[in-house]
Structures are given as structure tokens and as C-alpha cells.
Design a protein around this ligand. Structure first.
Ligand code: NAD
Length: 405
């Protein structure tokens, strides 16, 4: 085999060789189109940044429809084993097979590999059509907890034996009455699950010298889950990062309203208020750390503010594995047409390069992408909303980015 595996150092950092083996899952629907485009851009950026000293050795991992057609399994064991071995992979969107009892393959991957942090940077690219007046004020990274909360998949249908039994336990053991035939969803949230997410968010802010981390929760209503997320977050910040963080309250009470230099300000907002803040004062927020459900809503809303999901990258990160992925779906009606916007997967690739410590290549792509959009060379989704745009195909858009590196 060509290339070398990435390994983990004793302190938990990645040891990335100059010729790393990195996994890719093409994905379904438009997946192959955007993957070809993204790979072209990633390879060119690495080549141009490091002049042949570094090179990625791509290893295909089967999952989704391609895996099912080949051997009747949606996510083969071999793919999971290789993902663990590669430690870093990038994937296109996968169609969720329709059918009773089949769960989302994406959710399945996140849970099997314990990819507990969903990381979604949201920023504006000048020229992209947006529904707000000042999209350029948005520059935030959402850290969404990925394994707990109402997404844990513990729910019972109205009238089911489990739901009736649960209602009976509530009444008999806790004296709580709920309407007959209620359905139930359980919201488990743990200290460990919350704190490992918050730890990553604070480490990210520190590494990039960002001014603040905000916990977004609904703790005024759900005191022992969302409220605990807030409490555990502050506890972790003070216990593990006490010398490099300061709370918003301390800034006001002890520092005359100005954060001491070099310290990350830790603050929290109730989720509904955060949606207002994101529209009214987005420049005051940098990193958001939030439980699963809030994070799901918030990251899509923020992406819409800067021009939609076509340009929104994402990553699912655990302690050893990280999977970078387009945040949109497989858009089956555009499959194989070489038409859609590969921006989301390309920018996910930029996150991947940063995760590897190959920041130069990431920056090269970001700058070239900025220039391409400023030149109004864009795919159909943006072209139809931009005056004077030249509409190009998916692969041509990638070519235009490479030309501008
Ligand atoms: P979708 O995101 O696939 O497509 C909705 C519409 O958005 C498309 O018809 C298209 O108009 C537009 N669109 C999406 N991506 C685009 C791009 N890159 N460029 C330009 N336009 C784009 O959402 P859907 O139709 O609800 O879902 C289709 C399938 O994808 C479902 O099976 C769903 O489960 C799956 N899905 C997968 C992921 C993932 O893999 N992470 C995420 C969401 C949905």
C-alpha cells in the first residue's frame, strides 16, 4: 500500500505523516459529482502549498448505496475498521434508505465511531446572495453535541406497550399525571457527554485566539438537562481552563467591562435569545457550544443567514476519529448532472486540512474560493440569485478555484 497511516501521540495529538492515507466515502446522489470536484481542489492545494513534499493517499471506503449494491450491507464492518485506522475521512452525503427500522446512516456512523462533536463553521463569502443586510457580520463556529439529548433515539409511540408502561411508572412511582396515550421521548444528557464537547469548543477558541465561547441552552425550562449543560460547562471552564478563560460576569464585575487580554470569555445564552442575537448582534459571538437539538436548529439557521447549505461545511469529531462532510443531503434529482455546488464539501476539506495541521493548503483554497465567487463564477444555485453571474458546472467551479490558487 502507498502512503502511511496517521497515528495518535501519547498526549492525544495527531501524528500526520507527509503521505497520509485518508479515507473517502463518495456518498450517494450528487456525492460522486461533488467528491470529484472536491478532490481536484484538495489535491491541487496540497501540491501547490507543499510542492510535492506532501501528498494525500486517498483510500475509498464503501458506504451507502455503493456498499449495498456491492455486498448487501449499508455500512460494512470493513469500512468502520478502516475509518478507525485512517482516523480522518471525508464523505459526501448519503441517502437515508427509506424503510421501517432503518436509521440514518450518518447518525449510525456518528454513534458507532463516537464522533461526539459536530463542528460547523459559518462565515460569509462576499457576493453570495443572503437574506439579511449584513451577512458579513456572521463568523461563528457551532460545536453541537452529537450523541445525546433527544437524538439518542429513545422514544415510544403513543399507545405502545412501552409508552403505557412508562406512563404507569410516572404515575405510580413519581405521582406525575400525563395525558392518556401520550408518546414519549427521553432526553439523556450526561456530565461527561456535555463536558467533552465544551472542552473541544474551548480548546478550539484558544488555538485560534477567538474572543469567546457561548453555551447555548434552554436551562430556564429544562433545568436538569439543559441547565446542567450550562452548569457543567462553567465548571469545566473553571477547572481545566481557569487561567486562560474569564466569565462574562467576571468581565463586568471585576474588569470594568473589558476582558483581560489573552483570555477567552465564557458566556451563555438561552437558545431562543441566541436566535435573536444571531440576527441582531452576530459579531459578539465566535464559538457556540450547545446540546444536540439546539445545535441542529442553530447551525442551519446560521447557514441560511450567510447564503444557505450549499456553502456550509461540517465535521464530526471524536477523540481519535474525524469525519468531514457536506452538510446538505444527496439531492438525488441532480445526481450525475455535474451541476450542483461542491462548496460545502470543498470547505469541509479545508476543515480537514486544518485538522491535519496543513493550514497553508486550507488557506490557499479559502482565498481561491473567495476570488472565484467575487468573480461571479458560480454554480446554478448561486448564479440564479446573482446579477451578471457566469454559471458553471460543478467540475468547472472546482477548476475555476484551482486556476485562482
Ligand atoms: P438535500 O440537501 O439533498 O436537497 C434538497 C435541495 O437542496 C436539492 O433538491 C437542491 O435543490 C438543494 N441542494 C442540496 N445540495 C446542493 C448543492 N450542493 N448544490 C446546490 N443545491 C443543492 O435534502 P433532501 O432532499 O431532504 O435529502 C435527500 C437525501 O439526503 C435524503 O435521503 C436525506 O436523508 C439525505 N441527507 C443526507 C445528509 C448527509 O449525508 N449528511 C444530510 C441531509 C440529508
Amino acid at each position: 500500500m502507498k502512503g502511511n497511516w496517521i497515528t495518535l501521540l501519547g498526549n492525544g495529538d495527531l501524528n500526520v505523516p507527509d503521505d497520509p492515507v485518508i479515507g473517502f466515502i463518495e456518498g450517494d446522489g450528487i456525492g460522486p459529482d461533488i467528491w470529484v470536484a472536491a478532490r481536484m481542489v484538495l489535491d491541487a492545494a496540497v501540491e501547490k502549498s507543499f510542492g510535492g513534499r506532501r501528498k494525500i493517499f486517498w483510500r475509498e471506503l464503501l458506504a451507502g448505496e455503493k456498499a449495498f449494491e456491492a455486498n448487501g450491507v449499508w455500512v460494512p464492518q470493513e469500512t468502520l475498521d478502516l475509518l478507525r485506522k485512517c482516523m480522518i475521512a471525508i464523505k459526501g452525503p448519503m441517502t437515508t434508505p427509506v424503510g421501517e427500522g432503518i436509521r440514518s446512516l450518518n447518525v449510525m456512523l456518528r454513534q458507532l465511531l463516537d464522533l461526539y462533536a459536530c463542528v460547523r463553521p459559518v462565515r460569509y463569502f462576499a457576493g453570495v446572495p443572503s437574506p439579511v443586510k449584513h451577512p458579513e457580520r456572521v463568523n461563528m463556529v457551532v460545536f453541537r453535541e452529537n450523541t445525546e439529548d433527544l437524538y439518542a433515539g429513545i422514544e415510544w409511540a403513543s399507545g405502545s406497550m412501552e409508552a403505557r408502561r412508562f406512563a404507569a411508572i410516572l404515575k405510580e412511582e413519581f405521582g406525575v399525571d400525563v395525558p392518556l396515550e401520550s408518546a414519549f421521548g427521553v432526553k439523556p444528557m450526561s456530565r461527561r457527554g456535555s463536558q467533552r464537547l465544551v472542552r473541544r469548543a474551548i480548546q478550539y477558541a484558544l488555538a485560534r485566539k477567538l474572543p469567546s465561547v457561548t453555551f447555548v441552552h434552554k436551562g430556564n425550562i429544562m433545568k436538569f438537562t439543559e441547565g446542567a449543560f450550562r452548569k457543567w460547562g462553567y465548571e469545566l471552564a473553571s477547572e481545566e481552563f481557569g487561567d486562560v478563560t474569564v466569565t462574562e460576569w467576571e468581565v463586568m464585575e471585576k474588569h470594568g467591562g473589558r476582558a483581560p487580554s489573552g483570555r477567552v470569555v465564557i458566556k451563555d445564552r438561552i437558545a431562543d435569545s441566541m436566535f435573536q442575537q444571531a440576527l441582531l448582534r452576530p459579531e459578539e459571538y465566535h464559538v457556540l457550544a450547545t446540546p444536540n437539538l439546539n445545535g441542529d436548529y442553530l447551525s442551519d439557521a446560521l447557514a441560511a443567514q450567510v447564503g444557505g447549505l450549499g456553502m456550509a461545511p461540517g465535521a464530526n469529531i471524536g477523540d481519535s476519529c474525524a469525519v468531514f462532510e457536506a452538510t446538505h443531503g444527496s439531492a438525488p434529482k441532480y445526481a450525475g448532472m455535474d451541476k450542483v455546488n461542491p462548496g460545502s464539501l470543498i470547505l469541509s476539506g479545508v476543515m480537514m486540512l486544518e485538522h491535519m495541521g496543513w493550514d497553508e493548503a486550507g488557506k490557499l483554497i479559502t482565498r481561491a474560493l473567495e476570488r472565484t465567487i467575487a468573480d461571479k463564477v458560480v454554480t446554478y444555485d448561486l448564479a440564479r440569485q446573482m446579477e451578471g453571474a457566469s454559471e458553471v458546472k460543478c467540475s468547472e467551479f472546482a477548476g475555476a478555484i484551482v486556476d485562482r490558487m
